[in-house]
Design a protein around this ligand. Structure first.
Ligand SMILES: Cc1cn([C@H]2C[C@H](O)[C@@H](COP(=O)(O)OP(=O)(O)O[C@H]3O[C@@H](C)C(=O)[C@@H](O)[C@H]3O)O2)c(=O)[nH]c1=O
Length: 189
């Protein structure tokens, strides 16, 4: 299993091995013990799966506030997407900064987006599926969102100029200026 740190401490790229043969491939998309050996020991309780039909669909930037904050382990089941994590922990040295990676069926990469980060993605192919594990249950009363194209966050989305397909909820999300984050940085881990 390949583990790569990103520019945002805690956000990690994970690539499980694929064993190919004449039938295709086999891969352990999640193995708790092997991840724990690498220092990533999370207690996932819910798996989510969504399909986005159109290229340029954007979902995000989303989080759940404590006490239902979620770590998310994200992968692409079909197609390709650009997956983003934004640090929203008050006092964090990287507050407001983002990282983004292409996750695709083809590359098999996964992104670990810890609690304290807003998460979002843009699909790069039609009929793209995202699958992610969450460390807490859906708690709509704790949901929050930031605007996906907020100039102050400044995410360099691929497919610049495309008219993004977004939900009404995401269209109404605020920018990060004046955002009263429910997360506080707890110091270097
Ligand atoms: C997130 C979620 C939604 N739902 C329902 C609520 C609603 O009727 C329908 C669609 O919900 P949404 O529009 O919020 O779905 P979506 O915009 O795909 O929301 C997701 O976006 C990505 C970026 C994330 O990181 C997730 O945590 C989640 O916020 O699904 C659940 O039943 N359980 C869940 O865990």
């Amino acid at each position: 299993m390949q583990i790569e740190q990103t520019a945002l401490p805690g956000v990690v790229l994970i690539t499980p091995p694929r064993f190919g043969d004449h039938r295709g491939f086999f891969s352990e998309s999640y193995n708790r013990a092997k991840l724990a050996d690498q220092g990533i020991d999370l207690d996932f309780v819910q798996d989510n799966h969504s399909l986005s039909s159109t290229v340029g669909t954007v979902r995000g930037l989303h989080f759940q506030a404590p006490p239902h904050a979620q770590d998310k382990l994200v992968r692409c089941g079909r197609g390709a997407l650009f997956d983003v994590a934004v640090d929203i922990r008050r006092g964090s040295p990287t507050y407001g900064q983002w990282v983004g990676y292409e996750l695709s069926f083809q590359n098999g990469r996964q992104l670990l987006v810890p609690a304290g980060f807003a998460h979002g993605f843009m699909t790069l192919m039609p009929e793209t599926e995202i699958i992610y594990k969450c460390s807490d249950y859906y708690a709509p009363e704790t949901e929050g969102a930031l605007r996906w194209d907020d100039a102050e966050i400044g995410i360099d989305w691929p497919l610049a100029g495309i008219e993004a397909v977004i939900s009404d909820k995401d269209a109404a999300a605020p920018g990060i200026a004046g955002f009263d984050s429910p997360f506080a940085w707890e110091g270097a881990q």
